[in-house]
Ligand binder design. Structure first.
Ligand code: IPE
Ligand code: IPE
Ligand code: MG
Length: 268
């Protein structure tokens, strides 16, 4: 972060509150079922506990977690989700041991290098949010290559949150707003939520409709703090390496049963 020059150009619906899902002709029996959430975000947690339960090193949990990512992307495509954001490495995860950080980084490098072509063939566009400057030059280069190579794809936008922190994003946005005001390019009276949102790393992305966290923990851990204002939250006990299409569908079903009000009167 820190290299964002100002409000992103050509942003569309990034900060408008999501509208309640329309109904569409549904799966299976032809009845009307709610459309899937447009943007699903996932806090992929529990790799370490999964490994520990098997007497394996934590790295084995992260490797198995990478397989769950593949299942999750497939499930999202199948269900017609347009944006899938995966929290893969938080700004606080740098506090882990150097060995674990190295394991996670090399896994990331491997997947960026070897799995992007396959994703691209399926119409997946990759976007990365976070402070990439903290990664080595190789990871940064692979990340840029992945974004460039998939930029024209439209089926699913896969957002990888890497070295990402919600507070850090809000901070860098605030700094850029302050600089723009100081330089006379932004009138502070014009600043509103929509304009502020255009300084965030997620400027070109809609807010998440549904945030799923695995492993039984019930917290956001600094994920999409600004953007989650009206997200529905689903907490699953499943550990991330065990996550599969059935879990994804179960979370979507929970989402479909929620009534989103956005502060307005409940529907009777
Ligand atoms: C999630 O699993 C992966 C990352 C945070 C990178 P954890 O490594 O946090 O697994 P637990 O929470 O220790 O089980
Ligand atoms: C959140 O998991 C970050 C990711 C899943 C990448 P953590 O395991 O780091 O979160 P805490 O420490 O339990 O809050
Ligand atoms: Mg964890």
């Amino acid at each position: 972060m820190g290299s964002v020059p100002g409000p992103a150009a050509g942003t569309t619906d990034a900060q408008t509150p999501p509208t309640p899902p329309p109904t569409v002709a549904g799966r299976g029996n032809g009845g009307a079922v709610p459309a899937p959430p447009g943007h699903v975000a996932l806090i992929m947690d529990g790799n370490g506990r999964w490994a520990m339960a098997r007497g394996l090193p934590r790295a084995a949990g992260h490797n198995a977690g990478a397989e769950a990512v593949r299942r999750c992307v497939q499930a999202a495509i199948k269900r017609g989700v347009r944006y899938l954001t995966l929290y893969a490495f938080s700004s606080e995860n740098w506090r882990r041991t150097p060995d674990e950080v190295a394991d996670l980084t090399s896994l990331l490098r491997y997947y960026l290098r070897h799995k992007v072509a396959e994703l691209s063939r399926e119409g997946v566009r990759i976007r990365i949010i976070g402070d990439l400057s903290r990664f080595d030059v190789e990871v940064r280069a692979e990340a840029k290559r992945a974004e460039d190579a998939t930029a024209a794809n439209r089926r699913l936008t896969l957002v990888l949150a890497l070295s990402y922190g919600g507070r850090a994003d809000i901070m860098q946005a605030a700094k850029h707003v302050a600089l723009a005001v100081r330089d006379g390019t932004l009138d502070p009276d014009r600043l509103d939520e929509a304009l502020f949102g255009r300084f965030l790393l997620t400027a070109d992305l809609p807010d998440p409709d549904l945030i799923i966290r695995t492993s039984g923990e019930c917290r956001l851990s600094n994920f999409l703090l600004w953007q989650s204002a009206y997200a529905e939250l689903v907490f699953l006990d499943t550990l991330w390496p065990d996550f599969n299409e059935q879990h994804f569908d179960a979370a979507l079903d929970m989402f479909a049963r929620r009534e989103r009000r956005f502060g307005a009167r409940p529907t009777l």
